[in-house]
Design a protein around this ligand. Structure first.
Ligand SMILES: [Ca+2]
Length: 234
């Protein structure tokens, strides 16, 4: 008898099927041990949701504090700038050093420059721009006044059908960085260019050197240019 009761109890506890019977011709559902299981599950879910809500409440409180601090900072910034943030941004931009130049060989005239018996810095006399005044058109030499990363580009033209050839090199502190070469001959009116990105210390010099016994051609259309600018200070 005891064994039968235990089997019935085990069945009631383990079964998840609702117990349905008929009374007065209508179906109704008995309360079973599954209802207890469901209530336990709901309670567990409610507990988990409570933890999540508590976490969200902490998070919202943190964000509210952060927003209040940001609003306070914005107010202080407005007080400092008289409400004009653009003025501050303009001031920041103006505090960044600006260096940029571009020049070409001839202010007027036409024809070859060179040859010279020794390598000679080319003097790009017609200056398009020279912000920062680091380029000297009387020597052709750019001298860095700000330590930083720089971009330089130069171009060269050969207009000959006979020797000598054209060859120029970009030079930093007396050392070659890059070069352009063109052979004279049937294919006259040739051009070439080259460019570098390099770091410079204050006082470093950069210029374009005409190789010994070579020439370059230019006129008022300006085929030969030397340009550079500061990418960013370092
Ligand atoms: Ca050529």
């Amino acid at each position: 008898m005891k064994t039968l009761a235990a089997l019935i109890l085990a069945f009631c506890c383990c079964s998840c099927e609702p117990q349905i019977s008929k009374a007065n011709g209508e179906a109704y559902q008995h309360s079973t041990s599954c209802d207890v299981c469901s209530l336990t599950s709901i309670a567990q879910n409610l507990g988990a949701m409570g933890e999540k809500i508590a976490y969200m409440a902490d998070k919202i409180s943190f964000l509210e504090t952060k927003l209040q601090n940001t609003e306070k900072e914005v107010l202080e910034l407005r007080n400092l700038t008289g409400g004009n943030v653009a003025n501050v941004l303009y001031g920041i931009c103006n505090s960044i050093p600006r260096v940029a130049f571009s020049a070409t060989l001839r202010e007027s005239g036409t024809g070859n420059i060179g040859p010279f018996t020794t390598a000679t810095p080319l003097k790009y006399k017609k200056v398009f721009s020279n912000t920062g005044s680091c380029y000297n058109p009387s020597t052709g030499i750019f001298t860095a006044q700000i330590k930083g990363m720089y971009f330089f580009r130069f171009s060269m033209m050969n207009n000959l059908e006979s020797v000598p050839n054209s060859a120029v090199s970009l030079v930093k502190n007396g050392e070659w960085l890059s070069s352009v070469w063109d052979s004279s001959g049937d294919d006259a009116h040739d051009m070439g260019s080259n460019a570098v990105v390099i770091s410079l210390e204050v006082g470093d010099s950069v210029y374009v050197e005409l190789v010994a016994n070579k020439v370059v051609y230019d006129d008022t259309r300006r085929y030969n240019t030397f340009s550079g600018f500061l990418l960013f200070p370092m």
